[in-house]
Design a protein around this ligand. Structure first.
Ligand code: ATP
Length: 199
């Protein structure tokens, strides 16, 4: 029992947070390629309808608003949010499922999600990915060609608020994503010293 617990305690989840376009997905991809067996993702719940090809319990746990609201009130969720009228959230059970498989659960969440996680007993390590500047962030989001003029402006407005929260008081590690290779070295150094070697 104690051996199991001490093994589990080494698998603190890893929160990756940062404004849209700061490079979370890009850095995560490199991290997963470098350490394919170390990390796992929890499967989120959502009240949106499955898209063609999406499998319940694999892409998402598809649920109803009523059931999800009940589970949230019951304290079963670590964080949740509503986007475009649909609810999304991460359950404690989904994170524990990853941990039971001996993997570090990665949570790619926004500042609102981080604030919610901090109110739980999850005790993850928190990493904030920071763009070198708002100007550079705008350039990257524009070059990514995923945004309309309106969504770009919205993301930049949210980004400037999120950057105010991205301080050492709130995060264990702040990675400045100026040059991708440099940023990845910062992240990898943190992983190797704090996440894998977690006491
Ligand atoms: N260091 C870098 N230098 C230049 N471009 C970068 C760098 N890091 C990431 N990018 C590019 O910036 C864009 C945004 O990166 P990415 O999609 O990883 O951000 P994100 O934080 O995951 O965004 P979202 O939250 O919207 O999913 C991508 O097109 C990516 O290729």
């Amino acid at each position: 029992m104690f051996a199991g617990l001490s093994r589990m305690s080494k698998l603190r989840p890893l929160v990756l947070c940062g404004p849209s376009g700061s490079g979370k997905s890009t850095l995560l991809k490199k991290m997963m390629e470098d350490f394919p067996d170390k990390f796992g993702f929890s499967i989120s719940h959502t009240t949106r309808k499955p898209r063609p090809g999406e499998v319940d319990g694999q892409h998402y746990h598809f649920t109803t608003v009523e059931d999800m609201q009940k589970a949230i009130l019951d304290g079963q969720f670590i964080e949740h949010a509503t986007f475009c009228g649909n609810m999304y959230g991460t359950s404690k059970a989904a994170v524990n499922f990853v941990r039971e498989q001996g993997k570090i659960c990665v949570l790619d969440i926004d500042v609102q999600g981080v604030k919610q996680v901090k109110n739980t007993d999850l005790d993850p390590l928190y990493v904030f990915i920071k763009p070198p500047s708002l100007d550079e962030l705008k350039k990257r989001l524009t070059a990514r060609k995923t945004e309309t003029e309106e969504s770009l402006l919205h993301r930049l407005k949210v980004a400037s608020e999120e950057l105010d929260y991205g301080t050492e008081d709130n995060f264990d590690c702040i990675v400045i994503n100026d040059n991708l290779e440099h940023a990845y070295v910062q992240l990898k150094t943190f992983l190797e010293s704090q996440v894998f070697g977690d006491k």
